[in-house]
Design a protein around this ligand. Structure first.
Ligand code: ME8
Length: 536
């Protein structure tokens, strides 16, 4: 592995206050597709996900179920792990902030922070949002003026829920000292925050001035203790952000851990939702600057999945607390796992908020998977089996050099596909692959192999048509594999390309001319049976 470049990608670690839903799964899937793509593109990938277990919110969730926090977190772990397995998430590691490695790393961080001179003891007097685990100053809070039970309450400016007043002794991180350093860093690394328009939000937030951050708590104890002051536990975000380094060896002084850290850090991508962009693009970089560690290359912030409120007609963020979250199982029941992955990865523009609906899922599934990709595979494999005695045609000398409309498209695909995939633009990557899929379906209509097959004098022509179709399918299967891995393996297997399917190596797959001739073709069941409309 050592000769391959490292590619380290992370999801947020999710709070264990409720079961994972479509939104959590969406972010995890974005990372999974990138991890699979990078493995196939020759990187030594580490893909990390996990659970954020400390803090008030998790403690309260446990208490509401009559459980101690640790017991509660342990009970939630299978919900995450089982869902990730079910939707084909290929993470290499799963971190929990209650693990010993995180405890050690966080305590090590405290010592480094103390040495850095960016830590001081004081007292915090202000507002706190438990659902967001975030501090707010008097100026930031929203006062309720609505004629309902929240009148006169102080509300969270982000989520609108009531805030708690907190007064406690606390350690502070001198975030205010990092304003200029952060702005300089953004100037020097304009692609640090992606998509680009999110960088403007981050920059104007920092330009507006930074307040020191309370990073320990004394009014509550579900957290990692501060090593030099037993009364304090670590603020949940100060703990959580470090998970990205813990998982690659930070705070462990064994030689293996040091080598791993040197090889893996900094990460290439932290993929997060837009709600936690400030933590990742402002606080985390400042923490790393304070302790003299390198900053990650990119933070990719995706938008929210929204659903239409049937009463107001407005799109609203899908969340448990609004009671509008769709369970992943409902989508799996409708589309199957790979249809589910295809829809979320190729129909949802990754930087923006996206309204999702079952109607749209059905449309996309039927148009792209049932009628286009699935139909192409089924027609081409059936014709090969029918006209060539259950096999792919025997290939003649120089077949790969002969011009035809599909070869012309395939030759131009690889670079465009890679450009999209490299920047997490899976919608763009899908469009590129679908050009070849659609062209192949048109080619079937234009070349009418069923008519050609009737004339023995046109046997060579028939062979070429089928070969061109199968070769296009081979290429598309590889390019779609990061999104629908099982389907691609199945398609390649049906053309007796098991070895190729197993290597998941993208290098050179778009080169025209790698089909195997005269090998078994399996017709198999429809990959994506068409859905009859069943509006939900
Ligand atoms: O914030 N649409 O955890 P969290 C799309 N523990 N994505 C959504 C979504 C929606 N409607 N709802 C949630 C935390 N997400 C911290 C992170 S990291 C060091 C600590 C996704 O359980 C999105 O990626 O609240 C969002 O950023 C994440 O879940 C928040 O998960």
């Amino acid at each position: 592995m050592a000769d391959k470049p490292s590619f380290y990608i992370t999801t947020p670690i999710y709070y264990v206050n409720a079961a994972p839903h479509l939104g959590t799964a969406y972010c995890t899937m974005l990372c999974d597709v990138q991890a699979r793509y990078r493995r196939a593109a020759g990187y030594d990938v580490k893909f990390l996900t996990g659970m954020d277990e400390h803090g008030q919110k998790v403690e309260e969730a446990g208490a509401s179920h009559g459980m101690k926090p640790q017991e509660w977190c342990d009970s939630q772990e299978p919900l995450f792990k089982d869902l990730w397995k079910q939707i084909e998430i290929s993470n290499d590691d799963f971190i929990r902030t209650t693990q010993q490695r995180q405890y050690k790393a966080v305590q090590y961080l405290w010592e480094r922070m103390k040495e850095s001179g960016y830590l001081y003891k004081g007292s915090y007097d202000g507002w706190y949002c438990v659902p967001e685990e975030t501090y707010f100053t008097e100026n930031q809070v929203r006062k309720s003026d609505e004629a309902n039970e929240t009148v006169g309450q102080h509300l969270c400016p982000d989520c609108g829920r009531p805030l708690e007043r907190v007064q406690e002794e606390s350690y502070f991180f001198k975030l205010s000292a990092f304003q200029d350093k952060l702005l300089k860093f953004y100037d020097e690394h304009p692609d640090f925050v992606q998509p680009a328009f999110r960088m403007n939000e981050v920059r104007s937030f920092v330009e507006g001035g930074l307040q020191d951050l309370s990073v320990s708590r004394t009014s509550f104890d579900w957290g990692i203790p501060v090593p030099f002051d037993g009364k304090h536990v670590t603020y949940v975000w100060f703990d959580a952000l470090l998970n990205y380094m813990t998982a690659v060896g930070y705070g462990d002084d064994s030689d293996e851990a040091k080598a791993e850290l040197a090889r893996r850090w900094p990460a290439q991508y932290h993929v997060v939702g837009k709600d936690i962009i400030r933590f990742h693009c402002v606080i985390w970089p400042a923490m790393l600057m304070a302790i003299g560690e390198a900053l990650p290359s990119h933070v990719f912030a995706h938008g929210f999945l929204t659903v239409r409120n049937s009463e107001t007609g407005k799109a609203e963020k899908m969340s448990k607390s609004r009671g509008n979250a769709i369970a992943p199982q409902d989508v799996i029941d409708l589309l199957g796992v790979e249809g589910y992955r295809y829809y979320f990865m190729t129909d949802v523009t990754h930087g923006e908020d996206s309204a999702i609906s079952f109607e749209r899922m059905e449309q996309v599934y039927n148009a792209d998977l049932a009628n286009s990709w699935g139909n192409l595979v089924s027609r081409a494999l059936n014709m090969s089996a029918k006209y060539f005695d259950g096999k792919t045609p025997e290939l003649d000398e120089g077949w790969e050099q002969r011009d035809n409309p599909l070869r012309a498209i395939a030759l131009g695909i690889e670079g465009r596909y890679a450009k999209c995939m490299d920047s997490l633009d899976y919608v763009g990557a899908k469009d590129v692959v679908m050009e070849l899929v659609h062209a192949a379906n048109h080619y079937i209509e234009d070349s009418a192999p069923w008519a050609v097959a009737k004339d023995p004098a046109r046997a060579g022509e028939l062979r070429d048509i089928i070969v061109n179709l199968l070769e296009s399918i081979r290429i598309c299967a590889h390019l779609l594999a990061p999104i629908m891995p099982e389907t691609s393996v199945e398609v390649l297997r049906r053309m007796s390309l098991e070895e190729e399917a197993a290597t998941d190596d993208l290098a050179g797959v778009c080169e025209w001319g790698q089909l195997k001739g005269g090998v078994d073709v399996t017709k198999g069941d429809a990959l994506f049976p068409r859905l009859a409309s069943q509006k939900k």
